[in-house]
Write a protein that binds this ligand. Structure first.
Ligand code: CA
Length: 333
């Protein structure tokens, strides 16, 4: 790990000047079809004087779209005169994955959100993570990383943060999540937090807000609206934009206290959801069945909720493999 080495990523963009600038982070990527080639990561900086800095990210996973749409719209629309402080926007962070409509990078297989804090001389995904971790995150007071379910998951639109050892930091993060004002807010449990941007930002004592806004490798009118309103709400909450957060529907705050909030598949076959996203579920209630492809005479395997709560996430495709995530339940706080 060479976290302390300087980045090899070049950029002409000025992070400190007033005004609005569109630019690129240029990541060296020498390969057969482009010997002195590079990957260009779009970046937008909007600054107006002193004030807080928000780092807004989408396309951390390439097949998640609400954030990519909302941040492109925001970047074009924001007038520096309406900003107090700085907004740094990365609308397509793992750009090779964005271009390929895949979760992970087609260049090096890198899952951006398991690559932090990255390495200055690692593969492309790791170099991008390292730049964000060592150049951009230290400047930020708040990082908003917009995720959705991608091709394999689907979610009721929610904003989220995590249980943190520093309870004052946790309370400030929950307040920022509530300001996003998605229909649901979640204090989320991560089963695999190592290498996540979330974990890196939180370890530096900074505010971190993430989302899961829908999924299936596409977006909807409703989920795009939640993203567009939520992004501006967080900037208002930080004092970067004027005005109070816009509340479309009062948010329902949910907790994920332990791994019983998750249901995992132990069979392979056809996935039949028995509960829709946003529906209330009770412990022991069947939430999904898996039909055995080669054994029509066999009764399907039944999966039950292990908690009382709300179905907030589920497996998306029609086929499911043993080991796949099947469903998740949030508990009212
Ligand atoms: Ca994601």
């Amino acid at each position: 790990m060479s976290i302390d080495r300087p980045t090899k990523i070049l950029t002409a963009i000025d992070l400190d000047a007033d005004g609005k600038r569109f630019g690129a982070l240029v990541v060296p990527y020498s390969r057969n079809d482009s010997a002195w080639g590079s990957v260009r990561i779009p970046i937008v900086v909007i600054r107006n004087g002193d004030g807080p800095t928000a780092l807004l990210i989408a396309g951390n996973h390439g097949d998640e779209y609400e954030g990519q749409i909302a941040l492109r719209d925001l970047a074009r629309a924001l007038d520096p005169i309406d900003v107090t402080g700085t907004v740094i926007i990365l609308p397509g962070l793992n750009f090779p994955a964005v271009r390929a409509a895949t979760r992970c990078s087609p260049i090096d297989g890198g899952n951006m959100n398991r690559s932090f804090p990255g390495s200055a001389d690692g593969a492309v995904t790791s170099m991008i993570a390292h730049y964000v971790a060592t150049v951009l995150v230290p400047r930020a007071d708040l990082v908003l990383d917009l995720h959705s379910g991608g091709k394999t998951l689907d979610f009721v639109p929610f904003a989220a943060t995590h249980r943190l050892p520093d309870k004052a930091q946790e309370a400030r993060a929950i307040a920022a999540v509530e300001a996003f004002a998605a229909p649901i807010s979640v204090v989320m449990l991560e089963l695999d937090a190592e290498g996540m941007l979330d974990t890196w930002v939180e370890s530096l004592g900074k505010l971190f807000v993430t989302t899961e806004l829908a999924g299936g490798g596409s977006s909807t009118r409703r989920s795009n609206q939640v993203a567009a309103v939520g992004v501006r709400n967080v900037l208002k909450h930080m004092g970067i934009l004027a005005g109070e957060p816009e509340i479309v529907t009062p948010t329902r705050l949910l907790d994920m206290p332990d791994e019983r909030c998750f249901v995992a598949a132990e069979h392979t076959g056809i996935h039949e959801p028995l509960v829709d996203l946003g529906d209330d579920v009770s412990e022991g209630q069947p939430v999904a069945r898996i039909h055995f492809l080669d054994e029509p005479s066999r009764d399907p395997a039944v999966y039950v909720a292990r908690r009382n709560g709300v179905l907030i996430g589920r497996h998306f495709p029609g086929l499911v493999q043993s080991g796949d995530f099947l469903a998740s339940v949030g508990i009212d706080l």
